[in-house]
Design a protein around this ligand. Structure first.
Ligand code: UD1
Length: 416
């Protein structure tokens, strides 16, 4: 099993470039099968989850080719069943194929994604929306099977602005008969990027980025070329590296607008943040102060940043209260941070973090992607050496994390 061995970092002054967004690339790759001709997607990050999505597309009959970070998908004849439990269960975003498959083949069978360390993560909102559009849904033996004569536009109100459900329904509706209105839709930048891609293929989606999305179904879509938005979570993680190490880091290839919820929090804890074109400079050479955090759907503070920012708060001056409202079990990093000397108490969905002067290096385990990033951050502020196992979780979401940290001056080694 691979692990990271990380030494305490000194204050750094450097720059780093983030890659394309994983969470935008995954639904966009799923949407390529909606078209009758080939699409090329640029700035696709080189990550395990992306590799699994490409593998699933191949299993569905698509021809997939990759040239550095550009992926071309051509799908002349589709098979409609994604039966590989191994592939589907390895990453939840596989379920994003349900909407496009149903729209294209009028039937789809996908192995039901299982639980996940951060919570149950049901797909009821995806299925309810598809049922409103005329799909007959059957669940059994670990599969979801959906069928329809045709998908018909419908008015859908989401009980919660689920990112995945909004994306699945937008994809299904883009080839349905008539207009679909999705209310209480997710407004995340990744949803907007997917809508832009579908529109570039000839789709008719308006309102993406607001809580009411209107999709007028079209007869067919043709392949197109699209560049994925930069990864705001990767950018936020390098901003956290600056904050926890008292460094100045220029983060290139960002959409500063997408980072507002994060930069507001960075300013509150005492960092100086400057935006310039496509880059963000975080100067955290002053002492970092405690601040309360509550995760919310965009444009609130992202749940994917909660674990990394809990690591920062564990060495900030003062006490912070961190409330997780999106996922039911997203404090798995806390016991590991406590093994490194953090003072944190969990009470239901809240964590009370009392900042300590310093952490101490220890052997810790990453249990999920962002919890793993939090441990790397804590290691940068911990005396001595920290050994982080379970790094396959980290590498699902960060491409060349160790190399990028090394280029900033961090002493991090990947050990096999
Ligand atoms: C996406 C992101 C993930 C991020 C999350 C919230 C991708 C590939 N992943 O995940 O990194 O943390 O948004 O910003 O884009 N829910 C239901 N029923 C449903 C669907 C969701 O109850 O049918 C609940 C979930 O259990 C969770 C909440 O809604 O508690 C948010 O989930 P959702 O917005 O759907 O997240 P994902 O799309 O899975």
């Amino acid at each position: 099993m691979s692990k990271f061995v990380v030494e305490k970092a000194r204050a750094m002054d450097g720059s780093v470039t983030v890659g394309g967004s994983k969470n935008a690339a995954l639904p966009i790759l799923a949407a390529t099968i909606l078209a009758d001709s080939s699409s090329t997607i640029n700035d696709v990050p080189d990550l395990a989850d992306i590799g699994s999505m490409l593998e699933l597309l191949r299993c569905l009959g698509a021809t997939v080719s990759k040239d550095k970070n550009s992926v071309t998908v051509s799908c002349k004849k589709l098979l409609c069943d994604v039966t590989s439990y191994e592939l589907v269960s390895s990453f939840r975003a596989s379920f994003l194929l349900m909407g496009p498959l149903l729209a294209k083949c009028k039937k789809a069978k996908i192995s039901l994604p299982g639980g996940c360390p951060i919570g149950a993560r049901p797909v009821d909102l995806h299925l309810k929306g598809l049922a409103y559009m005329g799909a007959k849904i059957n669940q059994g033996h670990g599969y979801v099977e959906a069928k329809c004569k045709k998908l018909t536009g419908a008015d859908i109100y989401l009980d919660f602005p689920s990112v995945g459900a909004t994306e699945n329904l937008m994809m299904a509706a883009s080839l349905a008969d008539g207009q679909t209105v999705i209310e209480n839709a997710a407004v995340e930048p990744e949803v907007v990027d997917l809508a832009n891609f579908i529109n570039s293929m000839g789709g008719n989606i308006s309102g993406a980025g607001t809580d009411t999305i209107k999709v007028t179904g079209v007869e067919s879509l043709k392949g197109s070329s699209h560049t994925v938005i930069p990864d705001r979570i990767e950018a936020g993680t390098f901003a956290a590296v600056a904050a926890i190490t008292g460094s100045r880091i220029q983060i290139n290839n960002v959409v500063t607008e997408h980072l507002k919820p994060i930069t507001a929090k960075l300013k509150e804890i005492g960092a100086d943040v400057k935006e310039s074109g496509g880059s963000l400079t975080v100067d955290a050479r002053a002492k970092i102060k405690a601040a309360n955090i509550k995760t919310l759907p965009y444009p609130g503070f992202p749940t994917d940043m909660q674990a990394p920012y809990t690591a920062i708060m564990s060495v900030a001056e003062g006490t912070s209260i961190i409330v997780e409202t999106i996922f039911e079990n997203r404090f798995l990093h806390v016991p590991e941070l406590m093994r490194m000397g953090a003072k944190i108490k969990i009470d239901g969905r809240a964590a009370v973090v009392e900042g300590v002067k310093s952490l101490t290096g220890a052997k810790v385990r990453a249990t999920d992607l962002r919890a793993g990033a939090a441990l790397v951050l804590a290691a940068l502020a911990a005396d001595g050496e920290t050994e982080i196992s379970g790094i396959e979780h980290i590498e699902r979401g960060y491409s060349e994390f160790d190399t990028k940290l090394q280029s900033l001056g961090v002493n991090i080694e990947r050990m096999e």
